[in-house]
Each structure stands twice: as C-alpha cells, then as structure tokens.
Ligand binder design. Structure first.
Ligand code: CO
Ligand code: CO
Ligand code: CO
Length: 321
C-alpha cells in the first residue's frame, strides 16, 4: 500500500533491503552466508469456500519470500473473525493455509486473532536466503527480458465473484492460479540467476513493473500481446461494475509515466488490475532468458515473455504496445 512508502528510512549496515525500493519484503543479514526475509499479508475473503480462501491467502503471503529469492520457513496466523460466525469456518481457512505451508516446507508456529466485523486472514512469514542470491526490484538492466509466470486478471474475477456475476466453476483457472505457490518459479529463477524479481499484486502488472523500473533506473517496454490473461477476465472487465476500484487509482498513479500505443481498453484495464497471489515478474539477462523459460516449463510453470528493459530516457518510464 501507498502509505508504506512514507515510512521512515531506517539505516543499519545489515539491513540489505528496507522500504526504499518498494520491494516485497525486508531482508536482514545474519551472517555472510545467511539473511532473514520478513513479510506479512492479509485480506478479506475473495472466494466463498473457506478452505480455498485459506490456500489463496497463504500462497499470497508466501509469495513475497519467493519474490526475494528466498525459502519460507516460519509462519504465523493473522486472524480477524466475527463472533457470530461458526468456528468451523476459521478451522477450514487455517486448514487450507496449513496445506499450502506444508507444500512450501514452512512451519505454522503461532499467530494472533481478534474479533472483527469482517473475516480477514493472512500470515506473517519469515524466510531465509543467501545474501548473494537476493532478487530485488533494483537491478534490472537494459537488454533484460521480462518474464511473467502467471496470467493476469484475478482482481476483476474476484470482484465479479463477490458480486455473484461469475461462479467458482467459470473462475476456476483464476482460482487455481491464485492457489499456486510461486515456489517453482522462484527456484527456476534462482538456478538461472536473474537480475530482478517481484510478485505482481495490488498495483497490477504495470504498477509492479513501474516499481522495478524506478528502483532500477531503467525504462521498460511492455508488449501486451505477450501477456496471458484469464479469458473470463477479458470478458468481465468490459462491465464497469466488475472493475476493482484500485484499477482507477493505479491508473492515476501510473499514467503520467506510461505511454500506450494501440492497446485496446480491456487489455489496458487488465494491465492495471490489482492481482491477488499473482505471478513473478522476472527481469533476466537476454542471453539467459531461453534457459529460464525452459526451466520454468520443466517445473510446470507457464511463462510469458511480456517485454524488455531499455536504458532510462526522459519523459516516460514504461511504454506499452
Ligand atoms: Co509482493
Ligand atoms: Co511490490
Ligand atoms: Co506483499
């Protein structure tokens, strides 16, 4: 969220990643060999089924550790729950989350719950990474290729689900995608060695691409025909009431630095769509991009080449064609 960017900039020689570069998580060096990654995420339900919601919330919270190149190890529950609701609902949410944590090799070691009018659930996650293998927002270089590891459009689908305009069957590919860990993608990126990485969440593809561009001091060319969209999202976004409100705020925030040419309206809106548990946006040196694609595919991840990095130039940051 925007407010985080107004946090004071704390200085410490072992704080390797703080708030300055709008990265996904903080990274703190423990030794020459080991750094700790710290992050948290929580939100209200985006699907009706509590078990599925727990899975999505966990995959989403774990994702920031993967985006930094790390492996999650410890997790704690963050729970807001109304006293009128059956406790079995909460048990299902936590069961879904637990199953994802087990898949990730992370341990659930505690947490905190409060009474609230609306359900909210998430996790604080601690992970580890070798200090030399951290993937931040700030090292994308001209000549890099931009690779995205999940389709786009989950925000529109979540808002259509909430309004009852789509059922969970038609939304299934988006739901499966939101439940999927970014672990395989992060492992492939780690093996190949990439320059920058972030996960695509609330600011949408363009917003997170903008964070990479600004933090790295480069410009990005996004080729919208390369981006994969959920088919249901391409249909649903045409109806104004299915558009999450943050599409408009993301647009207001981004458009002064973004030039679009020949992009149709549905695609433009979806490039600004806030994602839940979105994929990794990876900036990899051109000559290593084929190897990255191959390693992603070998792990069952379907990558898309969505653009490339060019030297910084005045007047714009991102060009979308
Ligand atoms: Co993130
Ligand atoms: Co980010
Ligand atoms: Co996050």
């Amino acid at each position: 969220m925007q407010v985080l960017h107004q946090l004071p900039h704390m200085k410490d020689r072992d704080l390797l990643v703080g708030v300055e570069t709008a990265d996904d998580a903080a990274v703190y060096r423990i030794s020459e060999e080991l750094a700790l990654i710290s992050t948290l995420d929580f939100f209200p339900p985006i699907v009706d089924d509590p078990y599925t919601f727990g899975q999505i919330a966990a995959a989403n919270a774990l994702s920031d550790v993967y985006a930094m190149g790390g492996a999650p190890r410890l997790a704690m529950n963050i729970v807001c729950f109304p006293k009128e609701l059956a406790l079995s609902v909460l048990n299902e949410i936590i069961k879904g989350s637990m199953d994802k944590l087990i898949e990730a090799g992370a341990l659930l070691v505690g947490g905190h719950s409060i009474e609230d009018r609306e359900v909210k659930y998430g996790l604080s996650v601690t992970g580890f990474v070798h200090p030399d293998r951290i993937t931040t927002n700030s090292k994308a270089r001209p000549g890099d290729v931009l690779v995205l590891t999940k389709p786009i459009g989950s925000g529109v689908i979540a808002s259509a689900l909430k309004a009852g305009r789509i059922d969970e069957v038609d939304a299934w590919d988006a739901i499966s995608s939101m439940k999927a860990l970014n672990r395989a993608a992060a492992e492939a990126a780690g093996e190949v060695g990439v320059n920058a990485c972030t996960d695509v969440t609330g600011f949408g593809l363009l917003g997170h691409a903008m964070e990479v561009a600004r933090a790295s001091g480069v410009n990005l060319v996004i080729r919208s025909s390369g981006v994969r969209f959920f088919q249901a999202a391409l249909d649903m976004v045409k109806k104004r009431s299915n558009r999450p409100r943050s599409i408009a705020s993301n647009r207001a925030f981004l458009m002064k630095d973004t030039v679009l040419s020949g992009v149709n309206e549905a695609v433009e809106l979806l490039l600004l769509d806030p994602q839940t548990s979105g994929g990794l946006l990876i900036s990899v040196a051109g000559e290593r991009s084929a190897l990255l694609i191959e390693k992603l595919r070998a792990r069952g991840v379907e990558p898309a080449i969505v653009g490339h990095v060019v030297p910084a130039e005045e007047g714009w940051r991102i060009s979308v064609t």
